[in-house]
Structures are given as C-alpha cells and as structure tokens.
Design a protein around this ligand. Structure first.
Ligand SMILES: NC(=O)c1ccc[n+]([C@@H]2O[C@H](COP(=O)([O-])OP(=O)(O)OC[C@H]3O[C@@H](n4cnc5c(N)ncnc54)[C@H](OP(=O)(O)O)[C@@H]3O)[C@@H](O)[C@H]2O)c1
Length: 279
C-alpha cells in the first residue's frame, strides 16, 4: 500500500530490490489491492516483476478487489462504495492481472464487505476462475463474524485480513477473530503498528502503551516496534501485514514475530491499550 503513490514512491528497481531482500529473509507474500496508489501501485509492482526475471515465481501475491474509488480529481484516496457484484469483480481481476503482468494470483481477496453480496454467485465465479488457473485461494478482508459466515457451505476462506494491533483490538472482542479461526482461516493483521501511529506518543492509546513499552521492550531485547509486532503475532493463526518500505525494518519484524510473548506481558500491554484491566 505504501510502496507507490500512497507512500514511498519507490522506483520499480527499488521495489524489486526490496522484494528480493524480503524473499531472502523468508518473506514471500506480498499484499496488494487494485486501489492502492489511486490504481497505480499494481502497475508499479508489475514493472518491478518485469525487471527481474524469476522474481514473480518466488512470490505469493494477495490481490484485493471490491472497492470503487471516487473519480474526483485530487481525491485519489476517497472511497465511493463497495462492489462485490460479479461484473465488478470480473473486471477488477482482469485489470489486476494485466497491471501486474501475471496470469494468476495466489490469493484473491474481497477487500471490504458489500451488503448486496450474493455469496453463492461469488463462490461460483471464484471456482470458475480457479478452474481457469487465474486464482489460487480465496480470502476476505474486513469481514465481521456474520459476513464471513455467509460463505459457509459455499467456498473455503483461507484468510480474513482485519485491522489488529494495540491501537485497535476490537476484532478480539467482537467475535471477528473467533469466527475467522473457527473456519480454519488465518487472521492477516493489517496496520499492526496502527499505520505507524503507535510509535508516536500523541494519541491517548499510544501514550498509555508507551508507559509500559520501553521497559518491556528492553526486557525482551527488542526495540519498541518489534514488541508491538510480537504482541500481534502472538495471536494464534495470525500473520502481520507490515507496511514498511525499509528492509531493516522487515528484518527486525521477522525476528520479532518468530516467538510469542508470555501471557503476562501480552495482557499487560493489552490492558494498557484498553485503559482497563480484564474483568
Ligand atoms: N485490508 C485492508 O483494508 C487494509 C487496510 C490498510 C492496510 N492494509 C494492508 O496492511 C499493510 C500494512 O498497513 P500499514 O502500512 O498501515 O501498517 P503498519 O505496518 O502498522 O505501518 C507502517 C508504517 O509505519 C512506519 N513505521 C515506522 N516505524 C516502523 C518500524 N519500526 N517498523 C515498521 N514500520 C514502521 C512505516 O514507515 P517506513 O516505510 O518508513 O518504515 C509505515 O509508514 C498495507 O501495506 C496494506 O497491504 C490493508
């Protein structure tokens, strides 16, 4: 999300370098969406893949589709509405593959829940795309417990990509996380550092977390960002979807996520973020 016009504005060569370095660290999955960069970032990734033969084959691409952006000039980040109609999904997948310069994606993910969704029709369409080899697995994003249940009996869901961090742990308490795990799907935690906000002290949540964070980070031999990531990665069946554009930070994150936090430390941070003890 942050490689292109919505962030670091990396060149195709810099993206290719970053992807190769991440692969060398064992990170092979790249999260994408057609809207990122105001519909420009998939093409940036495609240009990077075209520069380095062999790179595409080593990567697992997650392609999110289903959001329609506002057309107003100068407002490239505005969301107009969600569209999970087959017509929209078909066009969006075609455009995604074309921009990436690939004939398939490993996971096709519905970016946001559209109350007008027809789950049976979506499942039929996804299965047809899977038979054609354009789509591997099927995932959802920002689907609550009831929304993910709509696919029961229609299509296996391999992952639900949701916001999850010490800045927003609502999915733990509202049933989203349980519903995801109950279906055997992975939790993909987006904005695990609150989009970077957890690292500055100005919000009430990060202020409370930072009362505990530096001392605890030192205790575990980690920097504060790594401890925040370890907190997220300590949740079962959960992978962090990190937004950094810097390889040193990916290296730190790999180390951070390699082992879970003990329960006492995990609860201490969660209670600091919630501003109240567990009952
Ligand atoms: N499904 C959805 O609706 C949805 C919504 C939002 C995001 N996402 C996905 O989730 C990914 C992550 O989201 P995010 O970028 O908001 O998450 P994040 O990982 O919480 O935040 C990344 C931001 O924090 C900064 N940062 C500062 N210190 C850092 C450190 N020590 N380690 C790592 N990053 C540090 C990064 O800057 P530097 O680049 O300078 O390191 C970057 O700007 C996105 O790229 C996207 O793929 C999905």
């Amino acid at each position: 999300m942050r490689f292109g016009d919505w962030g670091a504005r990396l060149s195709p060569a810099a993206v290719a370098d970053l992807l190769e370095a991440a692969l060398d660290l064992g990170i092979d999955t790249l999260d994408l969406a057609d809207i990122y960069g105001g519909h420009t970032t998939n093409a940036l990734i495609g240009a990077a893949l075209a520069l380095r033969p062999g790179l595409r084959a080593r990567l697992r691409l997650i392609a999110k589709i289903g959001i329609v952006m506002t057309a107003s000039p100068g407002n490239t980040r505005g969301v107009a509405y969600y569209d999970l109609s087959i017509e929209h999904l078909r066009d969006a997948l075609r455009d995604t593959l074309s921009a990436l310069g690939t004939d398939h994606v490993e996971t096709l993910t519905l970016h946001r829940f559209d109350p007008r969704i027809d789950p049976a029709a979506v499942a039929d369409w996804v299965r047809a795309e899977q038979r054609e080899g354009r789509v591997g697995d099927f995932g959802v994003s920002n689907f609550d417990a009831h929304a993910i249940a709509l696919f029961d009996g229609h299509l296996p869901v391999v992952a639900n990509q949701i916001e999850l961090s010490l800045a927003n742990s609502g999915a733990i308490e509202d049933g989203t996380l349980n519903a995801t795990r109950a279906r055997g799907a992975e939790v993909h935690a987006w904005s695990p550092l609150g989009g970077g906000d957890l690292l500055n002290l100005h919000s009430p949540i990060s202020g409370r977390v930072h009362e505990r964070l530096p001392a605890m980070a030192e205790e575990f031999g980690l920097d504060p960002a790594s401890l925040l990531l370890r907190w997220v990665a300590s949740m079962p069946e959960t992978r962090v979807v990190l937004g950094t554009t810097k390889i040193e930070r990916i290296r730190d994150a790999v180390r951070a996520c390699a082992e879970p936090l003990p329960r006492d430390a995990w609860y201490a941070l969660w209670e600091a973020a919630r501003g109240k003890a567990v009952p």
